[in-house]
Design a protein. Structure first.
Lengths: 316, 515
């Protein structure tokens, strides 16, 4: 029992950044914008929030800075793909390339002189698990109640995002923009503004996901801290069928395999470490392929119909 | 003009709007009074839709003024138009397919709360649908509805927004005669409540039955505005096209040859995996036009796709010219001499972003003299394109103009030119005149007949009963994937065909049926 509980505890910890980023990307993609800049934005969120927490020990400020940086990077993507109507894949990839490189650069320049101006190896303020007395002692379920504040907020964010998307007026507007911007426009919805808004909000959540890695999960800064989680998020969005409520399952899947392989490594298994490190990615991709295949067979509704297409009102 | 309202409800003055290479509206003036139904008549590309898109805030005019109830207004967005009580039912419905009827009705309404009160909305929608007898299932998703039902949702949407001025863009293009009849009742009902309507059309019959006043546009200019009662379809057609239009098309006497297309017990599925064709038996003979009548979405598209190799049959056989081509690849079917004018012009029929010339050679490019098979000869292609442009009177600035900048009629002529040139056996034309004006329609119909007169088989899908009666030697009526009846052309009256199209077997009918 204890083993399961502890694996689940790590699973949630590992999954939090994925859930945040997945929900962010779902909101963005629901507006018809495909943002492949997630990996770069997560890294930028991670490095900037860590730097702030190191110097100020102010976690709120660290999160705000991460969100701000995420918003700025997403705004660049929005400008390129909405206003300039550039190819969204190219624009998103360039955000990732820029974010990855610049985060690495900042990691080598923002640190104190004593550490050769590097951030690697430093300790800043971090989110620590808040253990709910009583509840955390329940076997298995107790794992839910020994997490940090960001994870607790994530519990709230999932149902809220679902409710927002499917039960509120702005949620309906947002979905219509991704499904059929011409119709949304004719019905008086500001398509351009909507795309900007949710690309930016999505970018903020993605950056907060990155901040969770450097402020709680790791904690600290290391080169390529996200380890490709940004790309996993792109896949998890599809796995979630663009539904925030389902984002949890994909994140738990990735986080779970991650937690199990940690356990295995710690127990001194003979399986080479590189295979174990690969397991979460491989497992996630396998499940995704199977799920997508199954969903294609059962002819379920796919993603937003106009995902990735530029919109112009008088276009033919 | 109505006596009861001295001041026009809508005044548009000197509206000009141009798109790259085209002047869509050239100083257009329009007046609409309360309780009036105005028909906007004109050929494709005459600027009717552009003018209405300006009125409903989708396009901005390059110059000109709009007054509503005597007040000068600036309509910068569909929202502004909605506030002024202007609502438009577009030709391509503005409905989000994956959402429900109710969600679509409230879409874009700013005065809905953060969490819309669906109970209240449902109640109000049901009331409206009761009052105007617009029956729809409020919780169905749009993709589950027929085109007629979708139109009702569009009208409900406008009524829900308290629109006083309704703009309908070719409202009956997709309806059965019975549904058109109902629409006409709805419009009359709204007019009696003081609401006004503008509807865009190029069907004379509709102008005569629906409207009080008619305005004719040609090449972006108003050529006439007159009370409907004081004009005739013939006069309107002449005004619209700028010359006399012959409503009759000469045909050689019907003398069919051997069967070119033989379908036996063909079954197929639609994109959603539901049965779209159920045991279709159908023959087309040389020198025969077989018309497929039916409301869109009853398997016509699938029928054409099964023959042309674009869709697999689940059972049954397809023979073309005596050869079994069941589930053959499209190229094999093309090589068997089959030409296809598809339903969806912009998606399947032509590549919008490629030039007219490229689109014209899309079937001939493999062969000499246009290519060696691998290398293309641009000058020969250009000469070939010029020849077709001339022969089919395609109006395009040049052979290199991108097809998406042509009007609907000219896109269709481009496709027809290509297909007819490549046709050696069977021509399949799915709604070839849909959305085309009188002039272009006439040209398309002439081409179909000339193919028949040359001894080819023509399979022709249409919703327009007059057109079917005029062209088809044999009419097969399709409903929900089955052929309801096969009748000799010219023998069936409009009412019988209308009932068959709606799935009702007329009691006095003694024709064979598959259902």
């Amino acid at each position: 029992m204890d083993l399961v509980t502890s694996i689940l505890t790590i699973t949630i910890r590992a999954g939090t950044s994925l859930v945040l980023a997945t929900i962010g990307e779902i909101l963005t993609e629901r507006s018809g914008i495909l943002n492949l800049g997630i990996e770069g934005i997560m890294l930028m969120g991670a490095v900037t929030s860590f730097a702030v927490s190191y110097y100020t020990h102010n976690l709120v400020l660290a999160l705000l800075v991460a969100a701000g940086v995420g918003a700025m990077l997403a705004a660049i993507h929005a400008f390129l793909s909405v206003t300039m109507r550039a190819n969204q894949v190219v624009s998103g990839l360039s955000v990732t390339l820029f974010g990855t490189g610049f985060a690495s650069f900042l990691g080598q320049r923002l640190g104190p002189a004593s550490n050769n101006f590097r951030l690697v190896g430093l300790k800043g303020a971090k989110f620590t698990p808040i253990i709910v007395p009583g509840l955390s002692d329940i076997p298995i379920i107790g794992a839910i109640f020994q997490q940090d504040l960001i994870s607790y907020s994530m519990y709230l964010l999932v149902p809220l995002a679902w409710f927002f998307l499917f039960k509120t007026r702005p949620g309906l507007w947002l979905r219509s923009v991704g499904e059929d911007p011409k119709t949304a426009d004719a019905m008086g919805i500001d398509v351009i503004k909507t795309k900007y808004r949710y690309t930016i909000i999505g970018g903020m959540l993605v950056a907060l996901g990155g901040a969770h890695l450097s402020l709680s999960y790791t904690p600290g800064w290391a080169e390529n801290l996200t380890g490709g989680r940004g790309w996993i998020v792109v896949a998890l969005v599809i796995f979630s069928m663009w539904n925030p409520a389902r984002s949890i399952w994909g994140a738990l899947l990735f986080g779970g395999i991650n937690a199990i392989q940690f356990r295995l490594q710690a127990s001194g298994t003979t399986i080479p470490a590189s295979f174990l490190n690969m397991a979460p990615y491989l497992g996630t991709i396998l499940v995704l392929v199977l799920m997508t295949w199954w969903e294609a067979l059962s002819k379920k509704v796919g993603g937003p119909a106009e995902l990735g297409n530029a919109y112009m009102r008088e276009d033919k | 003009m109505k006596e009861n309202s001295s001041q026009p409800l809508v005044t548009m003055k000197g509206i000009c709007k141009s798109f790259p290479g085209v002047v869509a509206n050239d100083c257009v003036d329009l007046e609409l009074y309360g309780g009036e139904v105005l028909a906007l008549l004109g050929e494709n590309g005459a600027g009717k839709s552009t003018l209405m898109n300006i009125l409903c805030g989708l396009y901005r005019p390059d110059s000109g003024e709009i007054e509503i109830r005597g007040q000068r207004v600036h309509i910068a967005s569909p929202n502004d138009a909605q506030k002024l009580g202007i609502g438009m039912v577009h030709q391509n419905f503005k409905l989000v397919d994956s959402m429900t009827v109710l969600e679509n009705i409230i879409l874009g309404m700013k005065d809905q709360g953060f969490i819309p009160d669906m109970k209240k909305i449902r109640k109000k929608v049901l009331e409206l649908s009761e009052t105007y007898s617009l029956k729809v299932d409020a919780d169905a998703s749009i993709w589950q509805l027929s085109v007629g039902e979708q139109q009702r949702v569009e009208i409900l949407k406008l009524l829900y927004r308290k629109a006083e001025i309704l703009i309908l863009d070719e409202p009956t293009a997709v309806l059965t005669p019975q549904e058109s009849e109902e629409l006409s009742k709805i419009i009359h009902r709204m007019r009696s409540e003081g609401k006004s309507a503008i509807f865009i059309t190029h069907k004379m019959e509709e102008v005569m039955t629906f409207s009080d006043q008619v305005m004719v546009l040609r090449k972006g200019k108003v050529v006439a505005e007159l009370p409907t009662a004081a004009t005739s379809p013939k006069e309107l057609a002449r005004l619209m096209v700028g010359r006399e239009v012959l409503f009759e098309i000469e045909k050689k006497p019907f003398s069919p040859g051997p069967a070119i297309l033989e379908l036996e017990k063909v079954c197929a599925q639609d994109d959603r995996g539901l049965a779209a064709l159920k045991n279709i038996n159908l023959n087309v003979r040389a020198g025969e036009i077989v018309g497929i009548a039916g409301v869109a979405g009853n398997g016509q598209r699938e029928l054409a796709e099964v023959i042309t190799g674009l869709r697999k049959v689940t059972s049954g056989s397809v023979k073309i010219g005596g050869k079994d081509l069941t589930n053959a690849k499209p190229l094999q079917v093309i090589k068997a001499g089959v030409a296809h004018v598809p339903q969806d012009r912009s998606q399947v029929g032509a590549v919008g972003d490629m030039s007219v010339a490229s689109n014209l050679v899309m079937k001939e490019y493999r062969k000499k003299p246009l290519s060696t098979g691998a290398l293309l000869f641009p000058s020969r292609i250009s000469a070939f394109a010029k020849r077709l442009i001339e022969a089919f009177r395609i109006s395009t600035p040049s052979t290199e103009t991108r097809v998406k900048f042509l009007s609907g009629g000219n896109v269709q002529k481009t496709i027809l030119a290509r297909e007819i040139t490549a046709c050696r056996n069977l021509l399949i034309a799915v709604y070839p005149s849909r959305g085309l004006d009188v002039g272009a329609t006439e040209a398309v119909r002439r081409q179909l007949v000339s193919q028949r007169d040359q001894g080819l088989g023509v399979l022709f899908v249409s919703e327009d009963i007059d057109e079917l009666e005029q062209l088809a030697d044999t009419i097969a009526v399709m409903f929900e994937g089955s052929i309801m009846a096969v009748l000799p052309g010219g023998s069936a009256d409009v009412e019988t065909l209308g009932l068959l199209m709606a799935g009702v077997q007329p009691s006095n009918s003694c024709d064979r049926s598959n259902s």
